[in-house]
Design a protein around this ligand. Structure first.
Ligand code: FES
Length: 84
């Protein structure tokens, strides 16, 4: 039996990030953004007119997300400013 995480983030193929569970959404100033629901779709194409939320524009833009299997996931330890 596996544990259910409190929060999950799902990368939709060529679409938004779906965030489910318990989370707090903050803007660039650190102010709380009301997600209005328990699951939100966050834009990752950059085209939404209601950022940070997805408005479906990724379909019009024919957004192509990088293939997650094409390269290994970035490792924080490889970052040049990572503490050693
Ligand atoms: S991911 Fe949907 S509008 Fe950007």
């Amino acid at each position: 039996m596996s544990a259910t995480p409190g929060t999950s983030i799902t990368l939709c193929p060529h679409g938004p990030l779906l965030v489910r569970g318990d989370f707090e959404l903050l803007d660039a100033m650190g102010l709380t953004v009301d997600p209005r629901r328990g699951t939100v779709a966050l834009c990752r194409c950059g085209g939404s007119l209601i950022k940070p939320f997805c408005d479906g524009t990724h379909k019009l833009l024919e957004f192509q997300a990088p293939d997650p299997t094409a390269a290994r996931a970035p490792n924080i330890d490889d970052h040049p400013r990572s503490p050693t």
